[in-house]
Design a binder for this molecule. Structure first.
Ligand SMILES: Nc1nc2c(c(=O)[nH]1)N[C@H]1C(S)=C(S)[C@@H](COP(=O)(O)OP(=O)(O)OC[C@H]3O[C@@H](n4cnc5c(N)ncnc54)[C@H](O)[C@@H]3O)O[C@H]1N2
Ligand code: MOO
Length: 397
């Protein structure tokens, strides 16, 4: 049996070659950028008027200075030339030729003299004020976003402004979830006394959807031949197979031997952890298998602890668990890493406090409704003191 950190290391060694694809900008949110994005023009692309008011010629001016005002430069109108001492200009307009600074309406009073509009300055005006100079944010060709960034709304704005109606992003891995076990029936079915409804696949499909992955769910019964045939077909179509169940010591736990029979190379079977000890992991040339233990809490926690960080790594992103403070002492004797269910609240000082939640074992899926995630208690210790910080794997958004 290997440790959690050894398991993680072996998992991280497996790298998929993710393809890229073009998607419309409207579908790019949450995807990972697969191209560098540079400024197609200077930012801003012209000397941009930054306040509604008037533009006057070069130089600085004093309170009481007077300007004859003629004409108006609206946003969206091609540039014009200053034909008097000043021209009205609107925010977002290109600065008229001859304009040297912009004085907002709030700093002006007005007079009508012999058919002329005259603006009188009420405050001093600095040379060049209220002009957002061409290229002052970024020069043309400047790298704005490097490939590998997860696209959020600020990136959408940048992509839009450089004209990316279509964006090259990393393709998502093709993922199948395969539940196993003859005791399992469909969600809509009425189970017989010895049966239960499938809950692991809907849970994992939902969790993958939160990660932006649309996974397909399959079920294979506890039969070597059926498992082998099913597995061979799935390996043709998918890059990631998430098995649940059938990996421990039972007489019908055929998953490890069938994976071996079809040529999936085992990286490890069994990890010094609770829950999730019988976790199996391996890969074939173009894909990877996470064979998660069937108990719902074990399946879920192994998915959170191993699949999600691995998925981040495939995308070139860092996965950093939040550090949280244990709010009461915990004693755990076996020499296993303990993934302990906790509720987490931020206290008045801004620290995240993790309160352990007692409950059943790894079959107690109802308990998951009452927790926010789990903390990882290292195998080397048995007493975990109040006030100590641990890594937190949260599953609520
Ligand atoms: N002799 C031993 N027995 C067991 C060991 C062991 O080390 N030695 N480990 C125990 C631990 S720990 C776990 S975890 C389980 C994992 O076993 P399997 O991966 O083989 O899972 P199953 O036996 O198929 O199922 C376990 C349990 O979970 C329920 N289950 C399975 N799939 C689903 C699903 N899709 N939705 C809802 N519930 C599911 C299943 O009905 C079982 O009750 O093994 C222990 N045994
Ligand atoms: O490792 Mo199992 O998940 O304790 O029931």
């Amino acid at each position: 049996m290997i440790s959690v950190s050894e398991a993680e290391k072996l998992i991280f060694q497996i790298k998929l070659t993710l393809k890229t694809e073009l998607v419309p900008l409207s579908d790019a949110i949450g995807r990972v950028l697969a191209e560098d994005v540079s400024a197609d023009r200077p930012f801003p692309p012209f000397d941009r008027v930054a306040m509604d008011g008037i533009t006057v010629g070069e130089g600085s001016f004093q309170e009481g200075d007077r300007f004859e005002v003629k004409g108006i430069q609206a946003a969206g109108a091609p540039t014009t030339e200053l034909t008097a001492q000043a021209m009205e200009v609107m925010t977002g307009a290109i600065l008229p030729v001859g304009g040297g600074s912009v004085i907002p309406y709030e700093h002006l009073s007005w007079e009508e003299t012999e058919g002329c509009h005259v603006a009188i300055l009420q405050q001093p005006c600095k040379a060049g004020q209220n002009i957002h100079r061409k290229g002052s944010d970024r020069p043309k060709g400047d790298l704005l976003i490097a490939a590998g960034r997860k696209i959020s709304s600020p990136e959408i704005a940048t992509l839009a402004t450089v004209g990316k109606a279509e964006v090259r992003v990393q393709a998502r891995p093709k993922v199948a979830i395969v539940s196993t076990g003859d005791e399992l029936v469909e969600v809509a079915a009425m189970p017989l006394p010895h049966q239960i409804r499938k809950s692991n696949s809907p849970m994992l499909v939902a969790r993958l959807a939160e990660l932006g992955i649309e996974a397909q769910a399959y079920h294979l019964n506890d039969d070597r031949e059926l498992l082998k045939d099913g597995l061979e077909k799935l390996m043709q179509q998918y890059e990631v197979l998430l098995f649940t169940g059938g990996v421990s010591m039972g007489k019908f736990d055929f998953v490890p031997e069938v994976l071996d029979a079809v040529g999936v190379r085992k990286s490890f079977h069994k990890v010094k952890q609770r829950p999730g000890k019988p976790f199996w992991f391996g890969a074939w040339d173009s894909g990877v298998v996470f064979a998660l233990p069937g108990n719902p809490v074990s399946s879920f926690f192994c998915f959170e602890r191993y699949f999600i960080p691995w998925f981040y790594q495939q995308q070139g992103r860092d996965f950093r668990p939040l550090r949280v403070r244990l709010s009461s002492e915990v004693v755990f004797k076996p020499a296993l890493t303990r993934f302990l269910e906790v509720s987490v609240r931020q206290n008045a000082e801004g620290i995240f406090e993790a309160a352990p939640r007692k409950g059943g074992g790894s079959g107690d899926l109802a308990k998951l409704n009452e927790v926010d995630g789990f903390i990882e208690l290292p195998a080397a210790e048995t007493t975990f003191h109040e006030g100590t910080f641990f890594d937190f794997y949260g599953f609520r958004q």
